[in-house]
Write a protein that binds this ligand. Structure first.
Ligand SMILES: Nc1ncnc2c1ncn2[C@@H]1O[C@H](COP(=O)(O)OP(=O)(O)OP(=O)(O)O)[C@@H](O)[C@H]1O
Ligand SMILES: [Mg+2]
Length: 674
């Protein structure tokens, strides 16, 4: 580059010949890096003999040391010329007028450019070849501009190797950055270190600060006979310095080394570089080569940068692994939780849902993630969305119970929404737990009923027992009195009415006693459809009296099950009586029976019977009370019908469920195991 610039100067400004020197400040030399118009001999001398600041007192050195131009009209004759100047003139067969201009950058001279014109030229063309003030200024201006380009080129040449290394480092970093597997990363770290440094062999030692020992993790370029199960103390030189002081150790000549390395080539040099992770030495990278000069200043500097980058990558992989295992743990919790878990962000968008939510709301996480929470909760499930919205708005945990229908089943869901804050106490979302409490509710309801029944049963049995004797006393006394007083007419009718009432009370007492001390179940195999038909037949009088249409629909002609058939008969009798009593004149009562997968192995294992009427229905407030003993809305009802039904079904491990709409009718569903 310098020669090109110089030749341009000679052509443009009409100089005879020229030379360009760069200043090697370390060696204090002016070194020729470009010539123009020189004879072969002169060029050889100039190129091979640098001018030393301390030894050569010549025009070139003086010009380089001055910060401005130097012009010597006659370098063979003058007061300031030294012996060396004259010697140089002589070497080049005499010299013409000389002009040296400094090459400067950031206020410092880094070289000089010299041009020459022969006085003979001046003689041949008088006035034309004189170096005028204007010539000097023009050259100065040109050189000032050229200096920038020269300086850049000089710096580039000086750092080209380092730049190449850094570019390669960047590439390697990019390639290693995507590796998330620690074993793979370790192998690649060593392989790239070998290719980067051109080392012939190498190893990676893993350090354990707890035991203060390192073990050999990986080897490259060693014969297969090399032992690999090596552990060494980290308190031993030179590993000690590398590990504890995190210093790089270069052993330039292994043959002259006073100590032996646990893994080492026979001769050559070895470098040990610490790889740090969280300020501790996690590993030591060992690289070996026959020639120690490959680990020069630039190479070691680059290897240091490489090791620090690698430390960061190890940190990343460890972090990634930790995050992954935390994530897996959270996923496992989410997957195995028996409750539905739904996480929404601060804006109400779904971040994650677990399989239980997918099951309850019949949805797929892939379809809802990232969407607003109301996509899951439509229709009557919207109540859940409102709970989440309320939690978000009030930033307060919320707990509520929600009823909703899933595939014809009415479920009771307990919804708990929790506000989630981040580390800076900023609201970051809502976690909602949704628990299906239908079964628990049903069980506790039936438990409550049973307890109530037991208490009332005991009390009723006591009262009934106490009433029984006086009642039979009253009955016989009235009978005797009627006879003795020979009652007739009005009196006889009144006496008979009293006896009838006493009789009705006697029947009620019998009923109460039967209810409080039930007979044990007598299990036999029977056809439920036949039982239903018998019940309808037994109620013909009532059915006809109210002109009720009874529709019987059975999925199968016969449906056998093992149960106490008399008690089951009693259940349907009660339900049908209730249905008829609730119906309007001319109304319809339906009875449906079908097989159902009552057990969880999927095979039809149970029977479901539904008794439906389109009558008065049950007001919502009464729904929870209808199975209570003595709850009745009828004038002559005992309120024991449904209590007995529920008790019998429970004794059979079955289910009794009611759905009713006030004014529109009711459906009683019984599920029994086969
Ligand atoms: N199919 C129905 N439609 C509307 N209400 C009903 C129906 N079945 C039961 N009920 C309500 O439940 C109450 C309790 O019924 P339950 O059969 O236990 O007693 P009851 O019918 O009143 O008297 P009994 O002891 O004579 O049966 C009834 O009084 C009625 O209010
Ligand atoms: Mg009844």
């Amino acid at each position: 580059m310098l020669s090109t610039i110089l030749n341009n100067v000679l052509n443009c400004f009409e100089y005879y010949r020229g030379v360009a020197y760069l200043w090697d400040k370390e060696k204090e030399n002016l070194v020729c890096h470009g010539t123009g118009g020189l004879s072969e001999e002169s060029e050889k001398i100039i190129r091979t003999k640098p001018l030393n600041v301390n030894r050569h007192d010549c025009i070139e050195i003086r010009a380089a040391q001055s910060s401005t131009y130097t012009y010597i009209e006659d370098p063979t004759n003058g007061p300031n010329l030294t012996k060396i100047d004259l010697k140089i003139s002589h070497q080049h067969g005499g010299r013409g007028s000389l002009l040296f201009v400094p090459l400067r950058s950031k206020g410092e001279t880094f070289g000089i450019l010299g041009v020459e014109r022969y006085p003979t030229q001046v003689e041949s063309y008088p006035g034309q070849f004189e170096i005028t003030e204007k010539n000097i200024r023009s050259l100065m201006l040109f050189v000032n501009h050229a200096s920038i380009a020269i300086e850049n080129a000089r710096l580039y040449a000086q750092n080209a190797r380092k730049i190449n290394y850094l570019v390669r480092l960047q590439e390697i970093y990019r390639e290693l950055n995507v590796i998330m597997d620690m074993d793979q990363l370790t192998e690649d770290i060593l392989d790239y270190a070998l290719s980067l440094s051109q080392a012939s062999s190498g190893a990676i030692w893993c350090c354990d600060p707890g035991t203060r020992r390192a073990h050999l993790r990986l080897l490259r370029g060693y014969p297969s006979s090399q032992r690999t199960d090596i552990r060494l103390s980290l308190d031993q030189h030179p590993f000690k310095e590398v590990c504890h002081e995190q210093r790089l150790a270069l052993i330039p000549e292994l043959t002259k080394c006073a100590y032996s390395l646990p893994v080492s080539p026979l001769k050559g040099s070895t470098i040990l570089i610490p790889i740090t992770y969280e300020d501790q030495t996690a590993a030591i990278l060992q690289l070996d080569h026959r020639d120690s000069s490959i680990f020069d200043e630039t190479a070691t500097e680059v290897l240091k940068i490489y090791a620090s980058q690698v430390g960061k990558l190890i940190e990343n992989v460890k972090l990634y692994k930790r995050l992954l295992s935390e994530r897996r743990f959270i996923d496992n919790v989410m997957n195995s939780a028996g409750v539905g878990i739904l996480i929404t962000d601060a804006k109400g968008k779904i971040l994650s849902i677990n399989p239980k939510i997918e099951e309850i709301f019949v949805t797929k996480s892939s379809e809802v993630i990232g969407k607003p929470a109301d996509v899951i909760f439509s229709g009557d499930q919207r109540a859940i969305f409102h709970i989440i919205r309320e939690t978000m708005r009030k930033k307060k945990d919320t707990e509520k119970e929600v009823n909703f229908v899933q595939k014809e089943d009415e479920l009771i869901l307990k919804v708990n929404s929790f506000v989630v804050f981040d580390g800076d106490k900023r609201f970051s979302g809502v976690a909602t737990l949704i628990q299906d409490v239908t079964e628990t509710k049903r069980l506790s309801e039936s438990l409550r009923r049973m307890e109530k029944m037991a208490a009332i049963g005991t009390m009723a049995a006591g009262v009934a027992h106490e009433l029984r004797n006086p009642l039979s006393g009253i009955f016989t006394t009235i009978q005797t009195l009627t006879k003795e007083l020979a009652c007739t007419g009005e009196q006889k009718l009144e006496m008979d009415a009293v006896l009838e009432e006493v009789d009705r009370m006697e029947t009620l007492i019998q009923e109460i006693l039967r209810f409080s001390k039930p007979l044990p179940l007598t299990i036999s195999k029977g056809d439920i459809n036949a039982v239903l038909k018998k019940c309808v037949a037994a109620l013909q009088d009532k059915i006809k009296a109210k002109r009720i249409r009874v529709l019987c629909e059975a999925q199968d002609e016969t449906a056998y099950l093992r149960a106490d058939m008399d008690k089951i008969h009693q259940v349907f009798l009660n339900l049908l009586v209730n249905a008829i009593e609730a119906s309007e004149e001319g109304g319809t009562v339906e009875i449906h029976s079908r097989s159902i997968p009552f057990s969880n192995n999927g095979r039809p294992k149970g029977i479901e019977i539904q008794v439906t009427d389109h009558g008065v229905g049950i007001p919502p407030d009464n729904l929870s009370k209808i199975f209570d003993p003595f709850f009745t809305t009828k004038n002559y009802g005992t309120g024991l019908g449904l209590t007995i039904c529920a008790k019998i079904i429970e004794e059979h491990n079955g289910e009794i469920i009611v759905k009713s709409e006030n004014g529109r009718g009711s459906v009683f569903t019984i599920r029994l195991r086969k």
